[in-house]
Ligand binder design. Structure first.
Ligand SMILES: [Zn+2]
Length: 274
């Protein structure tokens, strides 16, 4: 059983503030350590559950957060960006995926760092009309490669979002968000024990899980934060302007639609006047 761990940072045990999430943040060194240790707990659990190979894909921001010198010796690490499959790079060579340190989508109340892709640019992402966050988008990408998502970790709002889309996935709730930048956190020992147990159970039972089948063709609507962003995004070939801040595009499959999505986000976030 080959396991991919996609590791984001906002849903990591003890992480509640931007200072822990950004390379320029005063608490970033601690954030990286916390992320690495949650990942190690998932690696340990995956191995207990029958994993023969574990690949960790660093999925947060610059994607060079995880400390390889502290990483579990049985895991490989995909570090850095940009990668063709983004947060789920490595899924094409996996049998099951685990999403560690994930977070709820933009606009969710009581969710640590609620956002989808970019809090600066994106107000809503809809795939075939259904609003979803990074967990949903990435679960569809995994589904394209026939890989189910068996387990996630994060706060209680991530759990609610995941359960609506992936009812059979196990969730390790390591903190209860009380606001966008506040949470009631389990002790690190308890959180890591929970991650390890859920990962073990998830990998052991992964054979009976079905992947989330993505729509094909796949239509995506993106509600941007400003009209200026939509002015730029509508210049991307294939993109249709649907409203002040709303653009739509389609791919032959979810991977093609994902590539269009990334291009739209990159163009929308530019600050050039032409
Ligand atoms: Zn992140």
């Amino acid at each position: 059983m080959r396991v991919l761990i996609s590791a984001d940072m906002e849903g990591i045990s003890g992480v509640v503030h931007p200072a822990q999430l950004s390379p320029t943040g005063a608490d970033y060194a601690r954030g990286r350590m916390l992320q690495t240790e949650d990942v190690n707990a998932a690696v340990e659990g995956a191995l207990e559950g029958g994993a023969t190979e574990v690949v960790v894909n660093d999925s947060h921001w610059v994607q060079r957060n995880i400390l390889i010198e502290k990483l579990h010796p049985r895991a490989r690490l995909i570090s850095g960006s940009t990668k063709p499959l983004g947060m789920v790079q490595g899924v094409e060579e996996a049998d099951v995926a685990l999403f560690i340190g994930y977070h709820a989508k933009y606009g969710t109340p009581y969710a640590v760092a609620d956002h989808t892709w970019s809090a600066d640019c994106l107000a809503d992402l809809r795939i075939e009309g259904r609003s979803m966050g990074e967990a949903g988008l990435n679960a569809y990408l995994c589904g394209h490669f026939g890989v189910p998502v068996a387990m996630l970790s994060g706060d209680q709002s991530l759990e609610a979002e995941a359960k609506a889309l992936l009812p059979h996935a196990l969730v390790a709730v390591v903190k209860r968000a009380r606001g966008r930048w506040a949470a009631d956190c389990l002790s690190l020992e308890e959180a890591r024990k929970l991650i390890r147990e859920r990962a073990s159970e998830a990998v052991a039972g992964a054979g009976s899980l079905s992947p989330l089948a993505p729509p094909s063709p796949c239509q995506i609507e993106v509600e941007l934060v400003t009209t200026e962003m939509a002015d730029r995004a509508e210049a991307v070939p294939g993109v249709v302007r649907e409203g002040g801040r709303l653009v739509r595009f389609e791919g032959a499959d979810v991977v093609e639609a994902f590539n269009a999505f990334r291009t739209v986000m990159n163009v929308a976030s530019l600050h050039t006047p032409f």
